[in-house]
Design a protein around this ligand. Structure first.
Ligand code: AG3
Length: 276
């Protein structure tokens, strides 16, 4: 019998993928977690019926979210990842030799454990001696940090359920205080075409808090609408300009040209977030 997984992207629009094999299913303390093997997307991780990451395109998302702030910062040594329990962002952060310590804070231990067991493409960073994994509420964790991090990455779920708190203005305020001088943050901020009001609202909060706020976008075939936005808040450096040599890092998607191009917005998306 055919088995299909379906995610409702927005009301009236769904993505369905045929499942070859159910690798794992559990109810964690916070959410329903499933790992499936599929023919078209490879292995996928699903939380509360929402696709979090797939083997075929996770590099697009993680490389955009991570390397844009990492490459625009002159010397990122201390990096904090909020969410991202699958490990994809951690793997990318640790590719940078400047990094002395990468701290990952996820609320759901179930996601981290499932990644260690079932997501080999994502989980390679967990065994790095520079990695520190903390199971805690990201909002509380960031609130007690003062000028500790050069770069903070917010790799959250959608702004519903456990992820909702990670889109609040008070969270961005705490992030600002947790950054060292000249630090910057990047967060995943949903689809600017399918959800323009949501993206404008989230961007407005970051802009209120940070002296520099910029939106950038990239392709993401398995997220709603196939097109995704990220928001940078910076205390100094321009997030739009790569300022370091990547050395021998091997990227699958990121390049300095992709970095700069990601900040080029069409007039309608630009107007929606920057006004004018
Ligand atoms: N974070 C999830 C991004 C949002 C996906 N939304 C959706 N499919 N409706 C990804 C975590 C990967 N490290």
């Amino acid at each position: 019998m055919e088995l299909w997984f379906t995610e409702e992207w927005v009301p009236g629009l769904k993505l369905s993928v045929q499942v070859k094999n159910v690798v794992h299913k559990e109810k964690t303390k916070f959410q329903e977690l499933a790992v499936y093997d599929t023919e078209t997307l490879g292995r996928i991780l699903v939380l509360d019926d929402v696709i979090q990451t797939t083997e075929i395109d996770e590099h697009l998302y993680h490389e955009c979210l991570v390397h844009v702030p990492m490459m625009s910062h002159p010397n990122p040594e201390e990096v904090l990842i909020i969410g991202g329990g699958d490990g994809g962002s951690l793997r990318e952060v640790l590719k940078h030799k400047t990094v002395k310590r990468a701290t990952l804070v996820d609320i759901d231990e179930g996601v981290v454990e499932a990644s260690k067991k079932f997501l080999p493409q994502w989980n390679t960073g967990f065994s790095d001696p520079r990695a520190r994994v903390i199971i805690a509420n990201g909002l509380d964790f960031v609130a007690q940090a003062k000028e500790e991090y050069d770069v903070i990455i917010v790799d959250s779920t959608d702004p519903i359920g456990p992820g909702e708190a990670l889109f609040r203005e008070e969270f961005y305020e705490s992030i600002k205080k947790a950054l060292r001088p000249g630090g910057m943050m990047a967060a995943q901020t949903e689809n600017p075409v399918l959800m323009p009001d949501l993206v404008r609202t989230i961007f407005g909060r970051v802009k209120k808090v940070f002296p520099v706020a910029k939106l950038y976008t990239g392709p993401m075939p398995t997220y709603p609408g196939g097109f995704w936005s990220y928001t940078c808040g910076s205390l100094g450096p321009d997030p739009g300009e790569p300022v370091r040599d990547a050395g021998d890092i091997s990227f699958r998607y990121y390049s300095p040209e992709i970095h700069r191009r990601a900040f080029v917005l069409g007039p309608e998306v630009a107007k929606n977030v920057y006004g004018g």
